[in-house]
Write a protein that binds this ligand. Structure first.
Ligand SMILES: CC(C)(COP(=O)(O)OP(=O)(O)OC[C@H]1O[C@@H](n2cnc3c(N)ncnc32)[C@H](O)[C@@H]1OP(=O)(O)O)[C@@H](O)C(=O)NCCC(=O)NCCS
Length: 314
């Protein structure tokens, strides 16, 4: 009897813990092989994210089954507006290089952009690790070309910072605005998203709130116009943050940082063209390791004024 054939099938909620296990095994092996530090695991947060995508886009999640029920790989994508985005593609180290990744990617594409000519989205996109040649080549083969580096900035703020100038933005907690009318808040967030990200995606805002990121709407102090929104978690994670003009981004982030007790370390994913890159570096944060690369067939968010919250929902 030969080795059982690896078969793909749609993912189910019962597969989520296996997917999380595949993710950690594959990414830790990659980091060890390339001399990168192994990050602490956060299985609860990752489980939530994998489940979220399975619920919002069930037709775009696949697992690779080794023929005896063992999950050796998984792929998940989501569709938001005219964008198909690959959130996860991971294969256990012992099964890599056997075209399982390519097959899962094709399955995620068949479930979405190439399902029907009428539904074809305008863009395919993914974030990859810059240290990973295999995924760089694989995604480029489907037209997703490396375009924007996104840096993890971490650390503490310098103690001797000059006091910020008179605030030009007012930050209002989402919780207050929801009490006054959830639909009005959703409309305001959607307008910012359409402008900065390219599409509205309330389903993902529900996730940020569910995982305890504190959301704020920013208004211009003088005119009261909406200037953007942003999230911060008490652990120090900042994002997503989206504003309607580059000039608002540094101040929006200052508001977020001053709205939670000072954490052990801040963490923000900051694109190369971001209006916040230099201000955050001057404020004391440091570039942590090689960047992720946003790869796309074209277009994408306005990275000068948008900070993603993670690399799976950009
Ligand atoms: C990236 C990953 C999902 C790919 O899955 P896989 O099953 O190993 O890959 P496949 O065998 O389907 O395809 C890899 C392709 O890359 C090509 N490739 C491999 N090394 C390459 C290199 N250095 N340069 C260019 N192409 C390369 C292979 O030739 C193959 O192309 P082919 O199908 O035309 O022959 C898997 O290796 C993995 O999980 N890696 C660790 C975690 C990771 O980096 N995940 C992606 C996060 S963005």
């Amino acid at each position: 009897m030969g080795t059982p054939e690896v078969r793909l099938r749609p993912a189910r909620l019962g597969d989520v813990l296996s997917c999380v296990d595949v993710f950690y095994e594959a990414s830790e092996e990659l980091n060890a092989r390339t001399g990168q530090p192994i990050m602490p695991r956060n299985p609860a947060g990752l489980t939530r994210l994998v489940e979220h995508l399975l619920r919002t886009d069930p037709e775009l999640s696949f697992v690779a089954d080794d023929g005896s029920g063992g999950i050796v790989g998984f792929g998940q994508a989501h569709r938001r507006g005219g964008t198909w985005f690959l959130a996860f593609l991971f294969v256990r180290p012992g099964h890599q290089g056997q075209r399982i990744g390519r097959r899962m990617l094709e399955a995620c594409l068949r479930g979405g952009p190439i399902a029907s000519a009428q539904q074809r989205p305008v863009a395919l996109a993914v974030c990859i690790e810059a240290i990973q040649p295999v995924s760089t080549a694989l995604y480029a083969d489907f037209g997703m070309l490396p375009s924007v580096p996104i840096y993890a900035l971490t650390g503490e703020l310098k103690p001797d910072r000059t006091p910020p100038p008179e605030p030009r933005l007012v930050a209002v907690p989402f919780a207050e605005l929801v009490a006054a009318g959830a639909d009005a808040l959703a409309d305001e967030i959607d307008a910012v998203d359409r402008d900065a990200v390219g599409y509205a995606h309330q389903q993902d805002h529900a996730l940020w709130t569910a995982i305890d990121r504190q959301g704020y709407l920013f208004r211009e102090a003088a005119e009261g116009r909406v200037a953007g929104y942003g999230y911060v978690h008490r652990s120090g994670r900042i994002g997503p943050v989206a504003v309607v003009a580059d000039a608002w981004l540094p101040e929006a982030i200052e508001h977020l940082m001053s709205s939670v007790p000072v954490p052990d370390a801040w963490l923000a994913f900051v694109p190369g063209p971001s209006a916040a890159l230099v201000p955050l570096l001057r404020a004391g944060l440091r570039v942590d390791g090689p960047p992720a690369l946003y790869c796309a067939t074209g277009g994408g968010p306005a990275f000068s004024r948008y900070l993603p919250g993670n690399f799976a929902i950009v």
